[in-house]
Design a protein around this ligand. Sequence first.
Ligand code: PRX
Length: 567
Amino acid sequence: MSQFGSYEERIKNFSWSMAEQELEYRPGDVINIGWYCSDRICQQGKADKPALLWEGMGGKEKTYTYNDIRLASNTIGKFLRDLGIKPEDRVCLFMDKIPELYLGFLGVLKIGAIAQPLFSAFGGESLFVRLEDAQTRAIITQRKHVSKVRKVLEQMPFLEHIIIVDYDEKKELREREVAFSLEKATPVEQFEIHPTTAESPSVLHYTSGTTGKPKGVQHVHYSLISQYLSAQWALDLRDDDIYWCTADPGWVTGTSYGIIAPFSLGITQCVQDIGFSANNWYQFIEKKRVTVWYSAPTAIRSLMKAGEEIVKKFDLSSLRHLTSVGEPLNSEAVIWSQAVLGLPFHDTYWQTETGSIMITNFPGMKVKPGSMGRAFPGLTATILDMKTYEPINEPSKVGLIGFKPDWPAMMRTYWNNKEAYESKFINGWYISGDRSSIDREGYFWFAGRDDDIINTAGHLVSPFEVESALLEHEAVAESAVVAKPDDVNMEVVKAFVTLKPGFEANADMELNIMNFIRKTLSPLAMPQEIEYMPSLPKTRSGKIMRRMLRAREWGEDIGDTSTLDND
Ligand code: PRX
């Protein structure tokens, strides 16, 4: 049972203003996420409570109290302000999961600038398109990632400052680079936080589109209301919890529920900046006495693969509530966790655009393995007919998930791309782009995406971006990229290519092309398989028929091929 009683009891009186009251926020007031996540918690008498328990490579550990994160975010905020960063300037956070990422995020928000977190494994090209689109003024990064910035620096005249948080003093800083050390900087006790209001922009998260460039999903400070409340309701976070969100803040889960929600609730959270292994993860849970765990199906499937014997080596009895997001949580994973960990994983469904959890198996609610759960209170969620975009109202019939766009964390626009933003709304519904059905009890059953985007290990990869990058390779003449089924990652990237004359289609070339994509885009976008083709299937108008190639990979019916160019 959750801290609030049953879903039915609670939903009766639901209103977003519950969060406003708890946060002592009245419409029109100043609302700054940075302040809510640090200063306010200190004012509540929790200055000495641990906020962040961090563990890095080689057993390195750091603990930050709420007062520490208040001071650190002030200090980073002042540093940025002194550099001339103004409210609404975009500041990119391009770091591994080191403390500066979490504290820097709050510092950026405190000065009213827009935080643009980017996954640190992104290569130069992925970085460049996102910084260019946002016209980012400053980037905060680490030594190990700075070469990727330097590589594309000439193309980025708008990027004025490259802030390196771990600079080696013996080395010279290059053009536009500046060193910042949180450990050496004088902590800033008094800081004037920028008086952002509800609609002031806060976070800009880039998400992959089916066609065209990635889109910058723009959120506002008012999103806090959704994130704060949903973390209590869906993740069941309570004051004495030790919470572990495994997501990287380069992605929305890592910011909404890896920074904003836990800190605004004054919870202790832990972060591990070490690569995945079943051993590391179980050990971390045991050591930190994790109570609430927010993870993803790929990780759960990897744990399943590691077997049950390893679980027995650890004391995982601290765990109280398990949750998952990002991709379909298969029923086997829920049944496995119930049997092996003694608790079921509770699925949560949402998107970068929605900013907070939309559909979930609430604590205290019957979990139906394989279902995403029910709509979050306060939302109008439905299944829409795929052609008319009218609600279907028929149990178990698959259509598009649609929401009335009226919850606090909903994106406010796509950066610089109003047209793409407006295309997401039809008949007053926000069209998620996902297909699902609802059963008689209001549980959603995910059926798939309605586009060609690849969801690999919970991360969206645009086939268009990979295809374009493949064409940059000297040997590639044409390319088509689709999802291929995978036991652990659910989907992986598969590329079909034709080579230019004079290049040989062999295994070395395959590796060469794979590496090229890994470096220019990211390891996630790297094709796990490249198939050479003499030519790619095209329509008579010359469009590559990705759909056909995808169907082949999934053993599905190829469908209507009447428009195929057979010449
Ligand atoms: O297709 C859905 C899938 O991930 C997409 C959103 O990805 P992103 O914007 O990167 O945000 C991920 C984390 C919030 C959705 O459109 N997805 C997300 N959660 C689930 C899911 N698919 C199935 N089940 C889920 N629980």
